[in-house]
Design a protein around this ligand. Structure first.
Ligand code: ADP
Length: 569
């Protein structure tokens, strides 16, 4: 096993099976065995005992070699009584008291099992509208979001993870202005990421400086007008202030909705990478590209990548089969469309190892090449599975039926953030640039331990410029840019999230999005002194380059930041 101490710590704390006294019942290897066995069992109907053992071994090897990892709930719950294996859910929020509280209850059940939930609040009537049954007035979507938030807060005490939500409101909802600024005070609605659901019509109105209509959610009658550019500017201003709200392009999510007859896509999961229909769940998995390089680290081993993609698709499709869904409606929808989301992690580390700067055209070209390859093979793998195991049950309601392409899964690719997975695999997360080349960790006896990106450490050792002192200096400064002790060529390759100009962040997101069925999780990092114009440019570029949404974060704009250059504890 190649797991780092940090990875083992995380796994022991939250992923490994324990008895009621907290004693470990398995080690990390045991976890991968448990998961491989549970997921392979879905193949029992299609092969003999020997075949099944071979599939189980393949699944085990892929995880134990850190070539592929499924999303956290699968690692935590596969082969255990809870058995809930998906990270992503979208729940509908109906405009009735019963509907709203039903949704809160369902979200609580999902959070308890380690999944995250997304909601569109766009169907709720506006603040101040009449409530027929009581003669009172409605309190509006934002007030109900606070109830969802409080429920999440309470559940997090007892669950496996702290619970995460996405809240979406359409740009034409009458309460949109309240929504846009509802997180300006960061102490409220803390368990939600917020995104404004933007339409193509709205973007055109922004471009031409026109007014647009706010619509009654029920009747779709216009109730007011706003100037699109002014609203857009306020979104920009709020995002500049503290990174929220993000934006998602609803029409694009629905343009790529492969089962439009089943309904409209109104929301994504919490981190934005997985658009889903109401009551749909999706399980994700990520290939560690760093372990897909050829032995000499000159390029990617495409044969190995192809094999891994094929095995990963089979794995993720099996997850749908053995998954225990928290609600009958979710069971029906999820088994009906059989969506899976295969993505990547360790991208920035791979680029560094290959000697390519993240902010270079060569890196973008390679992104196009790698992701189109993965998407192509994933599609073929899903077609092969369809021959063996059948197409997804709602196939007739899909665009694939019209095209005559038989697939087992309505979608196959998604780029997840891989927050914990990348930590377990010991690589850079998702497709993000390296966050810090080195950072200082304060350990218990008040001494300082410097943690160095392993790829950089390798380069420093082989280039004869490694010293503990230099690594500490890099941790304090936060970049190797213009640092004389580091060769210029190395400075150019080892760029961090803050060295990379925002437009390159967006270009990289767009490159992966071009070959991804679902969406891409990405945060465009801006320096503290970035202006609102910079934010506007990022939003506009993301729109123009066909991204499905965009999230920005300006360094230091929130008081409580998860990662701080130079002072990570
Ligand atoms: P991981 O690395 O743990 O598998 P990711 O960081 O890739 O997870 O996140 C993937 C998705 O998992 C998120 O978009 C969200 O739907 C869900 N998720 C992540 N963190 C949480 C959490 N703390 N609580 C609930 N769901 C979560």
């Amino acid at each position: 096993m190649k797991l780092s101490d940090n990875a083992v710590k995380v796994l022991e704390k939250r992923y490994l099976e324990k008895d009621e006294n907290g004693n470990l019942l398995e080690d990390c290897d045991g976890m991968f065995r448990r998961v491989a066995k549970a997921i392979a069992s879905a193949d029992a109907a299609y092969t003999d005992e020997k075949g099944l053992a071979a599939i189980e071994q393949e699944f085990y090897d892929m995880m134990a070699n850190l070539e592929f990892l499924p999303n956290s709930p699968t690692l935590m719950n596969a082969g255990r009584p809870l058995g809930q294996l998906s990270a992503c859910f979208v729940l509908p929020v109906e405009d009735t008291m019963e509907g709203i509280f039903e949704s809160i209850k369902n979200a609580a059940l999902i959070h308890k099992s380690g999944g995250g939930t997304g909601f569109s609040f766009s169907r709720l009537r506006a603040k101040g509208s009449a409530v027929n049954s009581t003669g009172g007035v409605a309190s509006g979507p934002i007030s109900f979001m606070k109830v969802f938030n409080a429920a999440t807060e309470a559940v997090k005490q007892g669950g496996t993870r702290r619970g995460a939500n996405m809240g979406i409101l359409r740009i034409d909802h009458p309460d949109i202005m309240e929504f846009i600024s509802c997180k300006s005070d960061n102490s409220e609605i803390t368990n939600f990421n917020l995104s404004v659901g933007i339409t193509e019509d709205f973007m055109k109105a922004v471009e031409h400086n026109l007014e647009y209509e706010l619509l009654d959610p029920k009747t779709k009658e216009p109730v007011a007008k706003l100037n699109a550019k002014e609203v857009f500017d306020i979104i920009v201003e709020m995002a500049w202030k503290n990174g929220e709200p993000g934006i998602i392009f609803l029409d694009r999510l629905n343009r790529d909705n492969v089962t439009p007859k089943l309904g409209e896509i109104e929301s994504t999961n919490p981190c934005g990478e997985q658009p889903l229909l109401p009551y749909e769940a999706c399980n994700l998995g990520s290939i560690n590209l760093y372990n897909m390089m050829d032995d000499s680290h000159k390029g990617l081993d495409f044969e190995k990548l192809e094999n891994t993609v094929r095995k990963a698709v089979r794995f993720l499709d099996n997850v749908i089969e053995v998954n225990k869904y928290p609600l009958p409606e979710i069971d029906k929808m999820t088994r009906g469309t059989r969506k899976i989301g295969l993505g990547v992690m360790g991208w920035a580390d791979t680029l560094c190892a290959l000697g390519l700067a993240y902010n270079s055209q060569a890196a973008i070209d390679l992104a196009d090449k790698v992701m189109s390859f993965i998407s192509d093979i994933a599609m073929k793998a899903s077609q092969n599975l369809a021959e063996l195991k059948g197409v997804f049950p709602f196939y007739e309601d899909s665009i694939y039926d019209q095209k005559g392409i038989k697939v087992r899964n309505a979608t196959t690719t998604t780029i997840a953030p891989t927050g914990t997975l990348s930590l377990i695999a010991g690589v850079s997360s998702g497709i993000e640039p390296i966050f810090a080349i080195s950072y200082i960790r304060n350990v218990m006896d008040n001494s300082e331990l410097v943690e160095v990106n392993p790829v950089f450490k390798g380069a420093a050792l082989s280039g004869n410029f490694y010293s503990e002192e230099l690594m500490k200096k890099i941790a304090r400064v936060g970049t190797v840019k213009n640092m004389n002790e580091v060769p210029v060529q190395v400075q150019e390759i080892f760029v961090t999230a803050h060295d990379v100009l925002p437009e390159w962040h967006v270009k990289m997101q767009a490159a992966f999005q071009r070959h991804t069925d679902n969406a891409v999780s990405k945060t465009v990092n801006l320096s503290h002194d970035a202006t609102t114009d910079d934010v506007r440019e990022v939003f506009t570029l993301a729109y123009k380059t066909q991204c499905k949404g965009v999230t920005i974060y300006r360094d230091g704009s929130r008081d409580l930041q998860v990662l701080n250059i130079g002072k990570v504890k």
